[in-house]
Design a protein around this ligand. Structure first.
Ligand SMILES: Cc1cc2nc3c(=O)[nH]c(=O)nc-3n(C[C@H](O)[C@H](O)[C@H](O)COP(=O)(O)OP(=O)(O)OC[C@H]3O[C@@H](n4cnc5c(N)ncnc54)[C@H](O)[C@@H]3O)c2cc1C
Length: 419
């Protein structure tokens, strides 16, 4: 299949790849990798930049047979790399097991989410990459390697968030725990003063908390509190702080609330509460562009205050901004690597020029806070800046050169970032 008109999910990137191949077995992946001079693995196309693009061949893992093998003694599940979150979550839940956390969107592929450090929210919840116990990867030679905690030189932490640079991942083993129930409640219009004065308390008040804001006088337009029912009830009285309870389901953007997972404090399985969106719905039209920055949690309030003067710039462009917490990761390149983090995420209308201008202003405002751009979203950061905020990037580049000496997996994005 030629790829002339294929785009990413959002439609803001037209892939330059000359070909898309979809092998149906690991042996076929091996033959393709061994016999192709340059290629890039493609997940579910949900990144907003050229990280998954190439001028050569894209390899999708979506055609590999689904696999979901739970080892209850070791508390791990082995899944085929191309399976999307909703497939994995439904399969685990049906057998009484759970992942600790998930991103907002259930349509994202496992390997693609892991490769970019994709995360949900929760002060004790790291990214999905941190749940990786081992992974099967096809190297540039076509050989298959298994990488886990016993592999020397911290290889597992290099491979967790690998940006597609270390090989094509065909299967991932993830830590699981017994299933649990979650109840989501939503409050509206928490005043800005309350957001910044009580930020740490609010974000720590439940298993997974998300604050949505436009940085304007409405403060936090929505506060989503996802409480595990086996944990203590939230202690922060958001009404006393000036918010009001939502009286029906709300969407964080502008779309039909029917597409969001159940709110109203109704308990349900983790798999149907931790993502914001239902797998049966497309969460939005796709006509959007996202940017996100992860910074030390201790700087979050200052960073939010630094962004507030940009509210008039955001007004015509911003669909939603979401503030989340992420626990420290050990992955070298996780945006939350080595530090308790807060992610400040922006969903913009799909106006590439206006977004590029806004991103420049955001990155200026966040410059004092050591903010790390999300690998799968748009950013104006230079390679030099990325090396400053991702201190293990040089070490990662050395591993990539070692494992992929001919640059088989090196696309334009990686050539810039790993330079
Ligand atoms: C609507 C929407 C909601 C989102 N919500 C969140 C969120 O809640 N939290 C968050 O952190 N991010 C979120 N994202 C960003 C998204 O999670 C990342 O961009 C993620 O990388 C997308 O995964 P993908 O499978 O689409 O990968 P792609 O975009 O296709 O690829 C991303 C990277 O993964 C690599 N890759 C993919 N498959 C393999 C493989 N088998 N082997 C090796 N490398 C591979 C690619 O080469 C590339 O480097 C969201 C994106 C969208 C569009």
């Amino acid at each position: 299949m030629t790829a002339a008109t294929r785009t990413n999910w959002a439609g803001n990137v037209t892939y330059r790849a000359s070909e898309l191949v979809s092998p149906t077995s690991v042996d076929e992946v091996r033959r393709i990798v061994a016999g192709t001079p340059r290629l890039t693995a493609l997940g579910s196309t949900h990144s907003f930049n050229r990280i998954a693009d190439t001028d050569a061949v894209q390899v999708s893992l979506a055609g590999l047979p689904p696999q979901l093998e739970i080892d209850t003694d070791r508390r791990v599940v082995r899944v085929a790399a191309g399976m999307v979150h909703s497939q994995v979550a439904a399969g685990l839940e049906a057998r009484g097991w759970a992942l600790a956390n998930l991103a907002s969107l259930p349509h994202i592929s496992t390997a693609g989410a892991v490769a970019t450090g994709t995360h949900g929210s929760g002060i004790r919840n790291p990214s999905l990459a941190q749940a990786v116990v081992g992974l099967e990867v096809v190297r540039a030679s076509g050989d298959v390697a298994w990488v886990d905690a016993t592999t020397p030189d911290g290889a597992l932490d290099a491979h967790r968030v690998a940006l597609g640079a270390l090989g094509v991942v065909t299967a991932v083993e993830l830590a699981v725990e017994p299933t649990f129930q979650v109840a989501t409640t939503v409050h509206l219009d928490l005043p800005w003063d309350a957001v910044v004065t009580h930020f740490d308390e609010v974000m720590a008040d439940a298993y997974s908390v998300s604050v949505f804001t436009s940085f304007d006088d409405r403060g936090a337009r929505q506060v989503w509190v996802k409480r595990r029912v086996d944990e203590a009830a939230p202690a922060v009285d958001l009404v006393a702080l000036g918010a009001r309870p939502a009286t029906g389901p709300v969407h964080p953007g502008e779309n039909d609330p029917a597409g969001v997972t159940e709110q109203g404090g109704v308990p349900g399985p983790w798999s149907e509460r931790l993502p914001h969106f239902r797998s049966s719905f497309t969460p939005s039209t796709g006509a959007e562009i996202q940017a996100e920055y992860l910074l030390p949690a201790s700087s979050a309030v200052d960073a939010l205050q630094a962004l507030r003067p940009l509210r008039s710039l955001f007004a015509p462009l911003l669909i939603a901004a979401e503030v989340r917490t992420v626990a420290p990761d050990t992955a070298w390149l996780a945006p939350s690597s080595g530090r308790q983090s807060v992610g400040i995420h922006f969903t913009f209308r799909r106006d590439a020029d206006a977004v590029a201008a806004a991103v420049l202003r955001i990155e200026e405002a966040l410059a004092p806070f050591d903010a790390r751009p999300h690998w799968g979203k748009v950013s104006a950061a230079s390679a030099e800046r990325l090396h400053e905020v991702y201190p293990r990037l040089d070490a990662f580049a050395a591993v990539a050169r070692d494992l992929d000496p001919t640059g088989k997996f090196r696309n334009e994005f990686l050539a810039r970032v790993l330079s």
